[in-house]
Design a protein around this ligand. Structure first.
Ligand code: IPE
Ligand code: IPE
Ligand code: MG
Length: 268
């Protein structure tokens, strides 16, 4: 058998099995300031309701939401979070009106063109997950450029989920596994969770420790379905355009008080 092909073969630092990292467990560090979650993922929801409440078009909510992204990135950097994943556009968001999709794509294009240099100066590495083939060529090219020019940065890895769906990710991984088996490159007996994780779009990323969703909705909406197995979930009523560093800190406080068990016995 040869080596396993696939989109992420060769990457080995994925953490798909829920082994509790000692410094990420919310308690038991002798009263010291708790370590921040290594990976925070955010479902940025509520732009439309924010705009409607002000009698504005939905596009105004999306623009205000883009400002909240900046505040969130700065909060993550200053709190020492290593990975921040932002759910910016789901595979189901293509069902919105063509006008709204165009507004969202224009915003994305603008930020990729004009804000990446600033993020790079701050030490942000950009990674993009999702089915980019559905975007126009120029957006795809900007996305690739953003990843390339920031590839050497280490302060924060900012993962943008664009045209992303958890089920679609699992499906494409399953397809690549099937092809590898068909081609004789993978023995199905060798397939375990860690190896399967290497076929996912998130192969080089740790699983999220904390998933925050704004706007009061309490669902994952097809976000990181495989990777969220042992994530702590925090739902905030705040609408995304109102999100600021205080909300980020509040979610981190909730996280710090949670006891993560990973299926083991609760501590006494
Ligand atoms: C989140 O805000 C932005 C995207 C999903 C792209 P929404 O546009 O979903 O806002 P609501 O949920 O309608 O308020
Ligand atoms: C989830 O929000 C997707 C993003 C935040 C990008 P939606 O507004 O699309 O989710 P639903 O439709 O309320 O589940
Ligand atoms: Mg919504």
């Amino acid at each position: 058998m040869g080596s396993v092909p696939g989109p992420a073969a060769g990457t080995t630092d994925a953490q798909t099995t829920p082994t509790p990292p000692p410094d990420a467990v919310g308690r038991g560090n002798g009263g010291a300031v708790p370590a921040p979650p290594g990976h925070v993922a955010l479902i940025m929801d509520g732009n439309g309701r924010w705009a409607m409440a002000r009698g504005l078009p939905r596009a105004a909510g999306h623009s205000a939401g883009a400002e909240a992204v900046r505040r969130c990135v700065h909060a993550a950097i200053s709190r020492g979070v290593g990975y921040l994943t932002l759910y910016a556009f789901s595979s189901e968001n293509w069902r919105r009106t063509p006008d709204e999709v165009a507004d969202l794509t224009s915003l994305l294009r603008y930020y990729l063109r004009h804000k990446v240099a600033e993020l790079s100066r701050e030490g942000v590495r950009i990674r993009i997950i999702g089915d980019l083939s559905r975007f126009d060529d120029d957006v795809r090219a900007e996305a690739k450029r953003a990843e390339d020019v920031t590839a050497g940065n280490r302060r924060l890895t900012l993962v943008l989920a664009l045209s992303y769906g958890g089920r679609a990710d699992i499906m494409q991984a399953a397809r690549h596994v099937a092809l590898a088996v068909r081609d004789g490159a993978l023995d199905p007996e060798r397939l375990d969770e860690a190896l399967f994780g290497r076929f996912l779009l998130t192969a080089d990323l740790p699983d999220p420790d904390l998933i925050i969703r704004t706007s009061g909705e309490c669902r994952l909406s097809n976000f990181l379905l495989w990777q969220s197995a042992y994530a702590e979930l925090v739902f905030l009523d705040t609408l995304w355009p109102d999100f600021n560093e205080q909300h980020f800190d509040a979610a981190l406080d909730v996280f710090a008080r949670r006891e993560r068990r990973f299926g083991a016995r609760p501590s006494l």
